[in-house]
Each structure stands twice: as structure tokens, then as C-alpha cells.
Design a protein around this ligand. Sequence first.
Ligand code: MLT
Length: 271
Amino acid sequence: MEHTLALSHGTLSWDDYGSHRAAITLVLLHGFPHDRSLWAAQVATAAEAFPDTRLLVPDLPGFGRSSPLPSASMDAYADVLEPMLDTAGVERAVIGGLSMGGYIAFAFWRRHAARVRALLLMDTKAPADTDAAREKRLQLIATIQGHGVGAVVADMLPAQLGQTTRRDNPALVERVEVMLRRAPASGVTAAAQALMDRIDSTPTLGTITVPTLVIVGDEDTTTPISDAIAMSAGIPGSRLVTIPGAGHLAPLEQPTIVNAAIAEFLDVAVR
Ligand code: MLT
């Protein structure tokens, strides 16, 4: 069921699946430049894949049906999640994020640790942007401002999906392309600026005291396995699962394997 909350900057929109009495609430944060449909494969099978679990799946500000923030940052994205949890009546949730969603999960941990029951970090990494990455973000912003989001999609797509998906699953490639194309230009440019300004989360890793699962596609070239290994090594007691045949969008590319890994983590480490 969709919920919309009026905040001082505009509205936040999310889907709420499962019982309010479920033992666990799992928040799923999409990456850049996605929307809540990134989690279609988790939502579609939630009742069987994640029993006794409630899912909260927002559009981050500036994406999907959520209003843009006046000044986007990882902290500001993280802060809108607190009123969502309050409205949902959830004290502590498992915070799951993919790529930019993972950077936001780190910010949420730094700012609202008491609301975090566990972390699920998917196809993401801890360090800040390098100078070269910042340069690419500036070029992306300039291209979008001049020609619209459509002008950057062809370049972005190969970095989103692994070679297996690109070879064997044209329907999924098309769905992801449609998702990228409908991202609002203002939301994408604001997020690109926020991404290049984000702080290094490496010092945060050692502060994490909740159960943490790291998931990475073995064909992810955007946040590769080496990043996931370094991240997991820095988080005390965390577990790392590598997903065969998946790129940067592992939960969408190999949902059966990813869902099983999440379900086992929720059962063994969280419940
Ligand atoms: C994402 O999927 O969120 C992006 O790849 C993050 C980034 O560009 O750093």
C-alpha cells in the first residue's frame, strides 16, 4: 500500500508491504538514479521470501513520486527516513541500501543509530568519490542540464547490469533502461552533486555494532568485489555474500539468490 507524507520540503512517498505486527521491518533504499521499482523482485515474492517481515520501500527525494529536497545530501536523504519510520510506527528497522542507498544507510547509522536494528549493504562501498569520479559527475550534470536525462542513459546502462544480464535477459535490460529514462532531471543532478560531496564512510565502518550483511554481484564493475571485501573487513562481525551472474543491480538481476541470502541473514542474525 502506498503512503505519502507531507514534510517541510514537500512529500515523501513509499510502499508498505506486510503486517504491522511483523517481527522485522526492512527498509529498502534504491540507488542512483533509480526509484522504488528497483525492488520489484523483492516486493513480488515478499510474503514467501521474507516471512514475518514488513517492507518499507521509499522513493528517495527527487525520484519517483517523492519531492526533491531544497539541498540534497546523504545526510538529508537519511533524515527523511526518520519521519517515515515514525509514521509507520516502527522503532527500529533493518536498513538496506543499494549503492547510493548504501551511502545513505551509512549516514542514517551516523545520525540515527538507535533506529537501526541491522544493516544490509548491497553493491555499495565506503570511500568518497575520487577526483576523477567528481570530474565525471560534473560532466554528467552538464550533459543533463543541456540535453536531459535521456542523453546519459546509454553510457550509464552497461555499468548498471552485469554481462550475464546484458547477454541473457534483454527484458530486464529494457526495464532498467525505462527506469533510468524516467528519472527526473532535477533529482538526478541534485543527487549527482550530493554524491560527489559525500564524505568518506570508511571511518564509520568500525563504529557499526549491529548485524551487517554485505552483498555484491560478482560482475559489478561500479562497486566491485574488492570494495565489498574492504567494506566487510572493516565492519566487525559482518558477513559477505557474492552473487554469481549479477552486476551492480544484484537484487534485480539474481533475485532468488539475493532473497535467500537476505532471508537467511534476517533469520540467523536479526530475528
Ligand atoms: C548508484 O547505483 O547508486 C551509483 O552507482 C552510486 C555512485 O555513482 O556512486
